[in-house]
Design a protein around this ligand. Structure first.
Ligand SMILES: C[S@@+](CC[C@H](N)C(=O)[O-])C[C@H]1O[C@@H](n2cnc3c(N)ncnc32)[C@H](O)[C@@H]1O
Length: 216
């Protein structure tokens, strides 16, 4: 079947369907940044998180980093009317600005665990709080099977709407899994606690978590 949408349009439709807690996470992103003056987003992508945050608190000084020129262009279109600085930068190499809150969604699970640890440490050095929505690895074979069944059922629900077959979506998931190196929730907690910050788990749904860290 020929896809009806561009890659970015598919992304915008696929993510909330394949990650049911994404919509719930957007509410945390809005609520937990309300009142903040300066927010930095790592991996701003097509601007979904930025739009949710800025629509709730348009006065925030917002910087979004991403390496993809194509996604940044989509984000620019989506964020017209909001004051927001979008930078084409690699967050693993960029100088991270001091800010009140760092936010990130589904943007670091492709990094090696040590690279994730280094990134988290750098965030904590420049910022008192980090809000993170992320894919996590299963802690057991049983959990892995449950997560796979969950993702398959989500994929079959969204396939028709996108003009794709369930197997097209499963193939896309498999392709993206090849590059993924998600950590378990326990590994996230250990890494953050080793940097001396508090870890507040906001949601866990199968292979997705959202948490906020706070400098003590
Ligand atoms: C799965 S998308 C998530 C986009 C957005 N945060 C969201 O939730 O819709 C991951 C994004 O992170 C970006 N990204 C991955 N590694 C990056 C890096 N080292 N520096 C900057 N951006 C990066 C990708 O280009 C992509 O746009």
């Amino acid at each position: 079947m020929k896809p009806k949408f561009s890659k970015d349009e598919i992304y915008d439709r696929l993510v909330p369907a394949l990650c049911p807690p994404y919509t719930h996470a957007l509410e945390y992103f809005k609520g937990r940044t309300a009142g903040a003056e300066f927010v930095v987003e790592l991996g701003v992508g097509t601007g979904n998180i930025a739009k949710a945050i800025l629509s709730a608190t348009p006065t925030i000084k917002y910087i979004g980093l991403d390496t993809s020129a194509e996604s940044l262009e989509k984000a620019r279109q989506k964020l017209q009317g909001y004051t927001c600085e979008l930078r084409q930068e690699d967050f693993s190499k960029a100088l991270l600005p001091n800010a009140q809150i760092y936010v990130s969604s589904l943007s670091s699970h492709h990094l090696d665990h040590e690279q994730q640890n280094i990134l988290f440490r750098r965030i904590h050095q420049v910022c008192p709080s980090f809000l993170h929505f992320e894919l996590i690895a299963p802690q057991s074979k049983k959990e892995e099977e449950e997560n796979n069944a969950y993702l398959k059922s989500c994929a079959s629900k969204v396939a028709g709407e996108l003009g794709l077959s369930s197997s097209d979506i499963e193939a896309m998931l498999e392709e993206s899994n090849k590059h993924d190196k998600p950590m378990t929730l326990a590994e996230h907690i250990i890494q953050h606690k080793s940097h001396g910050v508090e870890f507040d788990l906001l949601l866990k749904d199968h292979c997705f978590v959202m948490y906020q860290t706070l400098r003590k």
